[in-house]
Design a protein around this ligand. Structure first.
Ligand SMILES: [Zn+2]
Length: 234
């Protein structure tokens, strides 16, 4: 039974310390960071898109004004030389304004392209992390299922040994196992506790010998439950 309990402890330990669990936690953290960066990149793309639309609209507005001025001149609506000169000046100034707005437009477009490339890269990295997370979770579940199946087998094998053992004795045994490095009970062999390897003195041996078979005997040195056998030397 002690071997089965040790096996069960080992399985529970394996269950809690699967390498996939640490990998999953680390990957989840980096995925969160990538996702935050992707969100920032998306905000940048949205802002630049709005900026581009605004500068496009500005260019259009100035071009409309230029077209209207030209039409008026072409249709001969501006007759006085003074007005015509003023109009020519305005057209030159509109021309310069269009030039600078178009430069601005190109710059915003270039920045938008860069931001979009950043966003696409980050989005791909998040998707990659999600895929790896899925694979790791599947591997973890597979390992857990295998461990649980073995644990069930071990516990099923242990059941007959536990059957009929009083609950308080089992509780004592479990507590000792926890405190004593996994060994809660030890055979008394050749007048020696096999738990702590110390000899039992004659007076104590006499007490043990006189005790009823169903009485729980404890080692005075290590407190483990002592199991009497024909080789105990009593
Ligand atoms: Zn002992």
């Amino acid at each position: 039974m002690q071997a089965l309990d040790a096996r069960a402890d080992l399985l529970r330990h394996q269950r809690a310390s699967l390498p996939e669990l640490a990998e999953l936690a680390a990957l989840q953290a980096s995925r969160t960071e990538l996702d935050n960066r992707a969100r920032d990149a998306r905000i940048a793309v949205d802002d630049l898109t709005v900026g581009q639309e605004k500068v496009d609209a500005d260019v259009e507005a100035v071009k409309t004004r230029r077209r209207r001025d030209r039409d008026r001149i072409d249709q001969g609506l501006v007759t006085s030389p003074k007005d015509l000169e003023r109009m020519q000046h305005e057209l030159e100034s509109l021309e310069r304004r269009i030039g600078s707005l178009e430069d601005e437009e190109l710059e915003v477009m270039a920045r938008l392209e860069d931001a979009q490339r950043d966003l696409d890269g980050l989005t791909a990295q998040v998707a990659e992390a999600d895929q790896r997370l899925g694979e790791l979770a599947a591997a973890r579940d597979e390992r857990l299922a295998a461990i649980d199946a073995e644990l069930d087998t071990v516990l099923a094998e242990r059941a007959p040994a536990v059957d009929g053992v009083p609950a308080d004795l089992l509780a004592l045994y479990d507590r000792l196992r926890e405190q004593k490095g996994g060994v809660g009970a030890a055979e008394l062999r050749q007048r020696r506790c096999t738990g702590c390897q110390l000899g039992i003195d004659n007076a104590e041996l006499a007490v043990i010998k006189a005790a009823p078979a169903d009485e729980v005997i404890r080692c005075e040195e290590c407190q483990r439950i002592l199991v009497r056998t024909p080789e105990s030397g009593l």
